[in-house]
Design a protein around this ligand. Structure first.
Ligand code: PHE
Length: 413
């Protein structure tokens, strides 16, 4: 393990971009808008932002700390995380495959039935998933520095450029004001325990936390880099993408009279319909699905890397063997989800609602209560920003664990 870590370190920017590349994914572009739609618009957004600040930030720091300093007797948390990631991969790869399909078709108007047609063809879906697995294998075999860092350095900035073009366009749409109102005009009556749990789980899902992904990445982080800086930047980038995508999507939704509560099909069924009615719709459609496919890919790479580095450290496999084993297991899972589609919902709920918040909770308890306080404070931020370290430490030790537990119990009862 030591060798694995010594050989490759992310640069300062590299770790932020890699963490952001992992965080920014289908969770922001596909899942976030329909969660907003299903959970009361602005009410969900407000709770989401609070969750990101008060629970997301401490969990990101705690995970990075655990990754840098080891989990000791708490290694089980990482085992649970790797289990969650593997389960998520079973369906995430499929959605990533849909993105490639839509990207390939996006040069022409897409028939609204296209989604239903190709997703019921198991070979088609499998072929697309396999393509994604192969791309990930290539990046992972290239290693941390040449593979993950380089891929993230290209893809993440590109993603922002695409998003900016879309925002500019959305601004001039007729429904942009209604969309903004839906997202930003607060309606407190819509806040329920279920909305709060959904926002919490969405914030963790979107930041890729609670599963040990950052534990894996922190192993490749320089020792002198502060945890708070890396965490804050990652969180800002991830949240920015989610909110900006929300602005674009709801501007389109309200311009074309689409129901915001459309659910998981929102992006794949509804948006192409809207694009086909737009002036430069084809171009926007190409850009949008390119954005989606790239974001999905960087997240996929991070998930597979978490499993691979776990196998290297825990089972002392070589990188090549670990990558091979991971791809075989993941392919088997993808096939089972294709054959038994009910597994999809079970996988999504089991991970997003239960395993991930539970993982986050464990990381904060471990770092807040079982690690050396001076060490944690020193690594969170440099000595001159002592107050930052103190605030974040307070969140890690008291606020995050207690509130996550309360929300969790309230939401499942
Ligand atoms: N955060 C990623 C997204 O928003 C999803 C993800 C979940 C990535 C779990 C890694 C682990 O799409």
């Amino acid at each position: 393990m030591e060798q694995n870590k010594k050989n490759a370190k992310f640069s300062r920017v590299g770790i932020v971009l890699a963490a952001a590349g992992s965080a920014i994914g289908l969770g922001n572009i596909w899942r976030f808008p329909y969660m907003v739609g299903e959970n009361g618009g602005s009410a969900f957004l407000l709770i989401y932002l609070l969750c990101v600040t008060f629970f997301g930030l401490p969990v990101v720091c705690a995970e990075l700390f655990a990754g840098r300093n080891g989990l000791g007797r708490w290694a089980l948390v990482r085992d649970m995380g790797v289990l969650a990631i593997t389960i998520i991969l079973g369906y995430y790869i499929q959605v990533a495959g849909w993105c490639i399909e839509f990207l390939l078709c996006s040069w022409h108007p897409i028939d609204p039935n296209h989604f239903a047609e190709f997703t019921t063809n198991p070979w088609h879906v499998f072929g697309l998933s396999a393509a994604n697995i192969l791309i990930c294998v290539a990046v992972l075999l290239a290693g941390v520095k040449k593979g993950i860092e380089r891929a993230s350095k290209i893809m993440v900035p590109f993603l922002f450029v695409i998003l900016m073009v879309m925002i500019l366009h959305a601004y001039f749409l007729e429904g942009s004001h209604a969309g903004m109102r839906y997202l930003f005009q607060l309606d407190v009556s819509k806040i329920t325990p279920q909305v709060i749990l959904s926002a919490l789980s969405q914030s963790f899902y979107s930041l890729s936390i609670g599963m040990g992904i950052l534990v894996a990445y922190a192993g490749y982080m320089r020792r002198d880099q502060s945890l708070a800086g890396t965490s804050v930047l990652t969180i800002i980038l991830d949240t920015l993408v989610a909110v900006l995508v929300g602005v674009v999507i709801f501007a389109i939704v309200f311009t074309f009279g689409i129901n915001p509560e459309e659910g998981p099909g929102l992006v794949f069924v509804v948006l192409p319909m809207a694009f086909s009615g737009m002036h430069i719709g084809t171009w926007l459609q190409v850009l949008f699905f390119l954005l989606l496919a790239l974001a999905a890919l960087t997240s996929l790479v991070s998930m597979m890397e978490a499993v691979v580095s776990y196998l290297i450290e825990r089972m002392h496999l070589s990188r090549t063997r670990a990558v091979a084993l991971t791809s075989v297991v993941v392919t088997a899972l993808v096939i089972s989800v294709i054959i038994y589609p009910v597994l999809w919902d079970i996988f999504d709920r089991a991970t997003a609602l239960y395993l991930i918040p539970l993982g986050g909770l464990c990381f904060t308890i471990y770092v807040g209560w079982f690690c050396d306080r001076t060490q944690v404070l020193a690594q969170i931020a440099p000595a001159r920003y002592r107050w930052v370290s103190r605030c974040i430490y307070g969140l890690i030790r008291y606020v995050a664990p207690i509130i996550i537990l309360v929300i969790f119990i309230n939401g499942i009862l």
